[in-house]
Write a protein that binds this ligand. Structure first.
Ligand SMILES: NC(=O)c1ccc[n+]([C@@H]2O[C@H](COP(=O)([O-])OP(=O)(O)OC[C@H]3O[C@@H](n4cnc5c(N)ncnc54)[C@H](O)[C@@H]3O)[C@@H](O)[C@H]2O)c1
Length: 254
């Protein structure tokens, strides 16, 4: 699908990978719609890109339903949706304070897995109504964000890994279900990317993680994620896939 002229929804677009994606797709002349629970940051980014921003918690059925209706009314049907909203708190299953509270596990699943599914199902329903485009009759492209932690979760990442494993798991059944409507669904599983999510780690932890990368020996730049998003949108043969973007990092147990 060509990027130019498409309405593109980016959840979590106020920071990190989502922000970089918003910038790259706006440069390619898409109409970028940033959905984030941090409204002022989302607005600041959207303004520089001649896009639009809406406050939205991806876990909330009512909010996402309402925001997507507003987006369709004001901008038209989004043909591309990039799900970047996510959280990554680390916690042992049984730590010094005892077993991890169930509510903490539920919160990570709610944002990363249920939030992704919530947006995907509602955005896909709108895409069903779009006119097919191009020689393949494409109606939409949905790109989710998992993590290499879906495959190699470290100690302290049980909730995060479970949530991202869920995102990987729903990718193929969603692509299979939406194929007859000309909608592709793919997931990117990044390794270690230089974003505010990673800013909290100490220099020592950072060094240790970088050592695990095969090549290049550094954290990934957010724009490298955005470049893969652009490619997935433009290449119709990429469907139902989870693509690692990680410099061949394979994380050790801790
Ligand atoms: N940075 C990395 O190394 C890395 C690696 C693998 C996967 N990821 C994944 O990539 C995605 C983006 O991460 P990032 O590094 O850009 O993080 P980030 O913290 O910079 O950005 C995440 C954005 O999501 C928003 N968000 C969080 N919860 C939300 C909710 N309930 N509703 C709406 N918005 C919400 C935040 O406000 C923020 O703007 C996440 O899903 C993350 O798990 C990141």
């Amino acid at each position: 699908m060509q990027i130019q002229g498409q309405v593109v929804i980016i959840t979590g677009g106020a920071s990190g990978l989502g922000e970089a994606t918003a910038k790259r797709l706006a440069q390619a002349q898409a109409k970028v719609i940033v959905l984030d629970r941090q409204l002022s940051q989302a607005q600041a980014i959207a303004q520089t890109l001649q896009g639009a921003a809406y406050e939205c918690d991806v876990t909330r059925e009512d909010q996402v339903t309402q925001v997507l209706q507003t987006v369709q009314r004001e901008h038209g049907i989004a043909k591309v949706c990039v799900n970047c909203a996510g959280i990554a708190p680390g916690q042992r299953i049984v730590g010094k304070q005892g077993p991890m509270p169930l509510a903490d596990f539920e919160q990570v699943i709610a944002v990363n897995l249920i939030g992704t599914f919530n947006v995907l199902r509602l955005v896909a329903a709108q895409m069903f109504e779009a006119s097919p485009m191009g020689e393949d009759g494409e109606r939409g492209v949905i790109i989710n964000t998992a993590s290499v932690a879906a495959f190699e979760g470290q100690i302290g990442q049980a909730a995060y890994s479970a949530s991202k494993g869920g995102v990987v798991g729903l990718t193929l059944p969603a692509a299979r279900e939406f194929a007859k409507f000309g909608i592709r669904v793919n997931t990117i599983a990044p390794g270690l990317m230089e974003t505010p999510m990673m800013a909290g780690m100490s220099e020592e932890v950072r060094k240790k993680l970088i050592e695990q990368a095969l090549f290049p020996k550094r954290l990934g730049h957010p724009d490298e994620y955005a470049r893969l998003v652009s490619h997935i949108i433009e290449n119709p043969m990429i469907n139902g896939a989870t693509l690692r973007l990680d410099g061949a990092v394979h994380l050790p147990p801790k």
